[in-house]
Structures are given as C-alpha cells and as structure tokens.
Design a protein around this ligand. Structure first.
Ligand code: 6R9
Length: 655
C-alpha cells in the first residue's frame, strides 16, 4: 500500500448522493468525454451554463497560439448572466448576498435589489462617459458596493481592475498607470478589526504622484462618513451619482473574448503583471467550478473568505456563486475580531454550508484555539457545514487534519483547490462527492483540464518523480495576455522548450499509486541539497507537524559551498519567541524532528525564530524576502505588498 492510500478519506455517502458529480465513475466519465472530444466537451458546458445573446459557432481558435480564443463569435454579458437571468428564473426575492459588517451588522440583498443597484451604477458610469473597453480601477472595501461596482463594469463592457484595499498609493498608482484607467471607484474609508483605514486619501495620494492623467473621475462610496478631501471637479459621491439613475440598464452585449477584467499579480521578477481575462470562457469556468468543486445547490449558504481584491474573490464571490443563483456571505472584517472565534460564530449564525478559506487563516486560528478554549471551533455549532475548501498555498497535512476534525466534524470533505490568478478558476482539485481525499494533496485535475508533470524539455515524468507542472491544452478561463506586454505573456507562460504547454510555475509530484498531485511549491522554491531534490513545502510541513511547538514555518534555500544549497527555516512557535540558549535548544529539537519526519538530509541548517513571517496582504509568505535574509543580503526587492514590514528586521537579527 502506498503512503497515500493508507490515509484515504472516501467521500461521505450523504455527499455522494445527489452531488452534481456523484462518484468516481461520474468523474471518469467527464474526463473521458473531454478526452474523446475536447472542444465538444467545453461547448456542451458553455451552452448549459452560460446564456448567450448570440450563440457561438466556433469553440477554440488556436491559429495564433498561445493567444487562444474561445467561443469567439458568441456574444454575452456577465452581469446579465449573474443577475437578470436569476430574476427571470424566479429568484428575484432570493437573497444573493448576506453582508456582515466588521461590527457584526448584517444586511441581506436579494437578486432583484442587486440587479437594480448594478443598473443604477452602470447608468451612472455611462453618464460619466465610461465606455465599453475603458479600464476602471476599483479600490474598495469588502462590501456589497464592491461587488456591484464589478458587476456594473461588466454590464457596460468596461474592463475592471480591482486593486486590493491594502495596497499602497505607489502600487495603486502603478496599476492605474499601467492599465490607463479612466476612473477610480473607491470609498471614504474601510473598517477592519474595529479600525477605520483610509482609502480615498490613498487614492488622492496615488493620483498626486503623477502618471495618472487618464483618470477623469473618482467615485466615492460613503462607508464611514469619515472626513475626506473632496475635489468637486474630479470627485463625486456614489450615492449622488446613482440616486436619479433608472434601475434598469440594457446590458452591453460583448464578444466572448472581450476583456472582463485585469488583475495585477506578482511575477517572479519585474513589475506586477496585468493578467487579462476574457468574458465567455472565464464565466463558464467560474460557474462550472463553483458548481462541481463546491457542489453548490439552491439552498446552500456559500462563504468564500477571500477579498474581492484577489482572484479568489473575483471568481468565487463576484462571479461564480451569482452566476448559479446562489446565496453567499460577503464579510467586511478580519478573522480575529472581535476575537478569533469570528469565523466559527459566523458559520453558526448564518448556517453556512460551504466554507472556503486559506491555509494561513486555518493555521493562525489553530494557534488561537489552542491558547484560548473560548475560540475553539468545538465551542460553536458548525453542524450546518457540508463542504470545506482550501486555497492559496499547499495545506500541510497537520492543518488539514485539524480543519477536517474540528471545523468539519469529520463529516465534511475538504476541497484543496490548486489554481492561480492566471488560470481563472480551479485546475486541480477534489470533487467532494467523488474524489477520495488525501491530506495535503490537491488530488486530480478538474475534468477537461490537461494537467501534467514534465521535465525541463517538456517530456512526461513518471508518477512518483517530481517535475514541472504544466497544462497541455488551452482551457476556456486561461489568461489571454499580460496587459500591454504580449511578449512577457509568451515568455512567462509558454517558454519554447515546453512544447506549447502552459507553465504554471509550480513544481508537483504524482503519487506512484494513486496518481494524485501534490504541489511541491513554486519552481524557484525547489531545493537541491547534495543532489537531493526537495520541496520547501515538504520541510515546512514536517516542521508544522510538530504541533506541540510550531505554529508556522517557511523554508528557503541559500547557497552552500558543500551541499549546493542549504535549508534555512523560519519558524513561528506557539510560545513566545526564544532567544539565546533556549533558541539553540529548540532549534536542535526541531532539526531532529525533521530528521525523523523526512530524513537527515532534510534537516534545516539554519533555524530562525520570529513572531511572524513576512506575508502579503493575502496571506502568502514572501519567500523571496526570506531568501535574502537567509543569505544575509540587504533587502532590495519590492516590499510594497508586504503586510508586516517590521518583521524583516526581527528575522534578520534573529540568532
Ligand atoms: C488562487 C490563487 C497562485 C499560486 C500557485 C501556487 C499557490 C494556490 C494552491 C497553491 C498548493 C493549492 N497555490 N492554491 N499551492 N495548493 N491548493 O491563490 O492564486 O494568488 O495567483 O497564487 O498559489 O503556488 O502558483 P494566486
């Protein structure tokens, strides 16, 4: 029996019964359908899930690869698909969004209301001169208005570019400038963890930096009523520009390839890239993955905790669940306010049935629950839950097990969804009513997705041997280009040596027996120590499995004269940060632990302790900064996306 088989969690019978994809035979059948007639498979689903104004007759156009086109002669409108269509189906009075504010206040918005608000704003945008194809930057808090802003852009064919509300003025300026945006939609302030944080002031600062001359108007949602500077020639209040607008607005029917949005994301080098997504193919995959991966049904209460500033918030808040007529939570606040039981209390109060969050959140809540009984999930009634999800980084088996046992009560499948900003939606993921689970593995490709593991020349590697994760065939929701830089698009994602496969940038391995995928981390995070290939994730997972001591760990490589690379671990303990002799003692203990878990070769050479790790505002550990610290270099890289800059100093000085 392979190691993976010994830990299989079969899908619970009550989930299998009635699941959209019920049982492995159903999964296999879908894969076989895609295998036999790839274009026919996607065309069938595009007809079933998307309502087209002008039906498409062409499916895939690969004549200018890798600039693929899907459904190119079809026309549609995303906001029509998410809103009008549901009202027409009789769901007008159904709650679309349950909004919970930072202070706990709850507001419910029906599909009819959401449609009316979207139309009013769409009309207001048009009245301000925004046209099809114009770029609109959205710099807003988690709010119904944020979702409405995105939907309103989609309605009039404007391409939105949401910038996460935690980005600095400089980052906002760069994104406005790169996109050549004509308008910014923002709020006076945002509220997170009981604090009011500026948004409008940062927009003012960004525009003041210069280079944003394309911006004609700034529209401001009044969230807090806080004092903000107002330039009457440029600024307008959202409630004022929308109040006299009609509650109906004919959708702009756009071609399937029309850019629905840009979303800036960091590459391994250089400035952030504006990932450009399409309308038709993107909507199809958003709807399809929401349906199959989360098994979303009419009476579900779906909660994705991501921010709309990240791709997860785009696909699994603004578009996927609404395209299916679902009911979802939009949460303004943070998981630790007023205390670290917030998520569990909200699941209990709103009877959430599907919960989708990130491993970093889970790990920090484990830490909180272990030091304070009152915020432990077992203190809450979480019996409404039926499916759990994870996204953003590999989930280590120890966190997976805790999530499964303590949040899911042992009855809820965990869908560990691997995907990227560039992929638009899930790529490798379990389907909850079909796939037997293995903690720490994202299991198998979504039906139709031709994920594979190859070597540097694009040749398949056998199962059990790690390699480069690629996608062999184009898929409908794939990135179309990098805004304004098609050459960089080709270079980053379609390097010539990979035979025309999409390069994800991650390493992966398939289990020799099950064929399940495990992501081993970004390719540049794979270490080679004395000729042994090891994923930093593997070592991190070993460290974190020392559940008595370790809350979180990040591992990077640094050059070493004898071994090629040496392993350097940054560790956050569940007790106060140790120093001096105590630090040495715990480091030795952890080294032995890793030695026992993986083998002596995986023992970190350096172990440094911190109160936290450097993270982006979406919770990703910034390993490139840790690599510099490990090498003892000064930090010269861009730290604009870092949430907690002070931690760099601490880790540089540690031990
Ligand atoms: C959706 C999102 C993409 C990168 C990706 C990979 C990592 C995301 C993962 C995962 C292992 C998972 N990643 N999900 N790694 N297991 N389930 O996060 O998009 O912000 O673009 O990040 O995140 O390294 O390449 P994005």
């Amino acid at each position: 029996m392979s190691d993976q088989e010994s830990k299989l969690y079969p899908p619970p019978a009550q989930i299998v019964a009635g699941a959209h994809v019920s049982g492995m035979a159903a999964y296999d059948k879908l894969c076989a359908e895609a295998e036999a007639d790839y274009e026919g498979f996607w065309a069938r689903l595009a007809r079933e899930l998307v309502t087209w104004k002008q039906p498409f007759t062409k499916v895939l156009n690969a004549s200018n690869a890798p600039f693929y086109k899907w459904f190119e002669d079809g026309t549609l409108n995303v906001s029509y698909n998410c809103l009008d269509r549901n009202v027409e189906r009789g769901l007008g009075d159904k709650v679309a969004i349950i909004f919970e504010a930072d202070n706990g206040q709850v507001t419910r918005v029906t599909y009819r209301e959401l449609l009316e608000r979207t139309c009013r704003l769409a009309n207001a945008l048009k009245a301000q001169g925004v046209k099809k194809g114009d770029r609109v930057v959205i710099y807003m808090p988690m709010s119904v208005e944020g979702v409405v802003a995105m939907q309103a852009c989609a309605r009039i064919g404007a391409t939105h570019s949401v910038v996460f509300g935690g980005f600095s003025a400089q980052s906002l300026r760069d994104r406005i400038q790169d996109a050549g945006a004509v308008m910014v939609l923002t709020a006076d302030e945002q509220v997170r963890g009981g604090k009011q944080l500026p948004l409008k002031a940062i927009v003012d600062e960004a525009l003041g930096l210069g280079g944003c001359e394309t911006i004609r108007k700034v529209i401001v949602y009044r969230r807090t009523g806080g004092n903000v500077a107002f330039d009457p020639a440029r600024d307008a209040w959202l409630h004022e520009v929308t109040q006299n607008q009609p509650a109906t607005c004919e959708p702009e029917w756009v071609e399937a390839e029309h850019p629905l949005f840009l979303l800036y994301t960091s590459g391994s080098t250089g400035k952030p890239k504006g990932v450009q997504h399409s309308t038709g193919g993107y909507l199809l995959h958003a709807a399809l993955t929401t349906k199959w991966t989360f098994d979303l049904k009419d009476n579900d209460i779906f909660w994705c905790t991501a921010d709309i500033g990240w791709v997860t918030g785009h696909t699994y808040i603004t578009y996927g669940p609404l395209a299916l007529g679902g009911t979802e939570i939009v949460f303004e606040g943070v998981p630790t306010f007023p205390d670290a039981g917030r998520f569990w209390r909200m699941i209990q109060d709103h009877k959430v049935t599907i919960f989708y969050t990130a491993p970093t959140a889970i790990r920090s809540l484990i830490k909180a629950a272990e030091s304070n009984e009152a915020v432990h999930p077992k203190r809450y009634d979480l019996s409404s839950l039926r499916i759990l999800g994870s996204v953003g980084e590999p989930i280590n088996p120890a966190a997976w097990e805790w999530y499964h046992a303590n949040v899911g009560g042992g009855r809820c499948p965990i869908v560990d969804t691997f995907w990227q900003t560039e992929t638009g939606g899930h790529m490798i993921t379990p389907l909850p009513g079909a796939t037997p689970l293995v903690p720490g593995s994202c299991t198998l490709p979504f039906p139709g997705i031709q994920a594979a593991i190859v070597d540097e020349t694009g040749n398949d590697v056998p199962n059990g041997q790690g390699g480069i994760l690629v996608v062999k065939k184009p898929w409908p929701s794939m990135i179309r280009t990098i805004w304004g830089d098609p050459e960089r698009f080709k270079k980053s994602y379609y390097p010539p040596e990979l035979k025309g496969y999409y390069l994800a940038g991650d390493g992966a391995i398939r289990d020799a027996r099950t064929g399940y995928f495990t992501i081993t981390g970004r390719i540049d995070d794979v270490l080679n120590v004395s000729g042994h290939r090891m994923g930093t994730m593997e070592i991190e997972s070993a460290l974190v499995s020392c559940t008595e001591l370790v809350a979180e760990a990040a591992v990077v490589g640094r050059p070493d004269d004898t071994t090629g690379e040496a392993i350097c671990a940054f560790v956050v303990l569940k007790r106060p940060r140790p120093t001096g002799e105590e630090a040495k003692k715990i480091a030795a203990e952890l080294r032995n632990w890793v030695g026992k878990e993986i083998g002596p070769i995986a023992k970190p050479k350096d172990i440094r302790f911190g109160d936290n790790l450097p993270k982006t505002r979406s919770g990703k550990i910034m390993r490139r900064l840790l690599r510099s610290i490990a090498k003892g270099e000064a930090i010269t890289q861009d730290t604009s996306t870092l949430e907690n800059p002070a931690i760099l100093e601490q880790l540089s000085q540690a031990n």
